[in-house]
Design a binder for this molecule. Structure first.
Ligand code: NDP
Length: 344
């Protein structure tokens, strides 16, 4: 499968790898990682050697660094940090992929990865490979199922989204609009709010970093209340939004980035009884819950993208060695779009 291209089969550079050295306390720091140069691995039987081109940085990575049971095991101390990436097959010992094919998989924080072919997905030739880590990857799929399967919005609903200018949040608002809903976003800073209004198509946006009372601003932006709250942030934002939910509202817990770096036990949402009096529902999900249905999401997202109905942007940081510092951008909001590392 895939186009066959000429390859020398030579792997000229060493394998730059970034390992988790210490379990971070609070925000991850560069000193929690170790940079190492190793020999590129030799692919075993059924494996392919991939040279990574773009690597995804995700808020969930902070959770993977904790020594705590989660939906995936923690990254071990001394192990290469976990990450999704897109790369090119350099050598193959599998019939599934040819040299030169582009593939997506858990390549990790390293330049080269040898992985079993069954753990890799082909990236269609001719598309921007970054798309497979953004709107046509986990980001888009998360927004698609989180909104359409968990929240199940109907036309006319007010859909409130926190982290609205982020990779997932910007997709959620656009899918809500496609479904005929009113999309209201919460984001930090003037530039992000302008982008959401002028280009992404949100109907109203609240800058939570601007002075003023968040509840008052949300109440003004959602005069008919909130039917769906798609939450990427948690903490105070969730607690405030709960006060505005309508009868039979759906609160989707996609993430809670405001507490991922917490060093103390976070407080629960004090306003949860609004769920009771409104006969509302709060539901969490992990995108992996839908792994058998990814193709369904990708078909819809691909169609919308081809029709020019989805706006997106990438924030690309050059150099794998910058991954530890770039991760912090997700937590201070300095990423403007899906955060990626250009490895190659
Ligand atoms: P983003 O591109 O949204 O980047 C993170 C953004 O979060 C920042 O740019 C910042 O935006 C905002 N943020 C950071 N800290 C805070 C804070 N304390 N309060 C408010 N906003 C904050 O990342 P993703 O789109 O990749 O991820 C968004 C969320 O989706 C995360 O919670 C993530 O864990 C979750 N997720 C869940 C999945 C699932 O399967 N359930 C799968 C993928 C992602 P701003 O400048 O606006 O503050």
């Amino acid at each position: 499968m895939g186009r066959r291209r000429w390859y020398s089969g030579r792997v000229s550079e060493s394998n730059l790898q970034i390992l988790l050295k210490k379990r971070p306390v609070g925000a991850a720091r560069e000193s929690d990682f170790e940079v190492r140069e190793a020999a590129p691995p030799d692919p075993g039987d059924g494996e392919v050697l991939v040279r990574q081109r773009f690597m995804s940085l995700d808020p969930a990575m902070r959770g993977w660094m904790n020594d705590r049971r989660s939906y995936v095991p923690p990254v071990g101390l001394g192990d290469v940090m976990r990450a999704y990436g897109v790369g090119e097959v350099i050598r193959t010992r599998s019939d599934s992929f040819a040299e030169g094919d582009l593939v997506l998989g858990l390549l990790g924080w390293q330049r080269y990865a040898a992985l079993e072919a069954r753990h890799l997905q082909p990236v269609p030739a001719g598309i921007d490979p970054k798309l497979a880590l953004g709107p046509l990857g986990m980001t888009g799929i998360t927004a698609y199922f989180g909104l359409l399967d968990i929240a199940r919005p109907t036309a006319g609903d007010t859909v409130l989204v926190s982290g609205a200018a982020g990779a997932v949040g910007s997709m959620v608002g656009q899918i809500a609009k496609i479904e005929g809903c009113r999309a209201v976003g919460i984001a930090g800073g003037e530039e992000k709010c302008r982008w959401l209004l002028d280009e992404v198509g949100y109907d109203a946006v609240i800058d939570y970093k601007a002075p003023g009372n968040l509840y008052a601003k949300l109440a003004e932006a959602c005069p008919s209340g909130v039917d769906v709250f798609f939450d990427n942030v948690g903490g105070e934002t969730l607690d405030t939004a709960l006060r505005l939910i309508n009868r039979r509202a759906r609160v989707v817990i996609c993430g809670a980035i405001s507490i991922y770096n917490a060093t103390e036990r976070p407080e629960g949402p004090a306003n949860y009884l609004h769920l009771l009096v409104k006969s509302a529902r709060m539901e969490c999900f992990i995108v992996l819950d839908f792994k058998d249905r990814y193709s369904e999401a990708l078909a819809a997202l691909g169609e919308w993208l081809a029709a020019g109905r989805l706006v997106y942007r990438f924030h690309v940081v050059d150099g794998l060695e910058n991954a530890p510092s770039a991760l912090g951008m997700l937590f201070d909001g300095s990423n403007h779009g899906k955060l990626l590392i250009r490895v190659d």
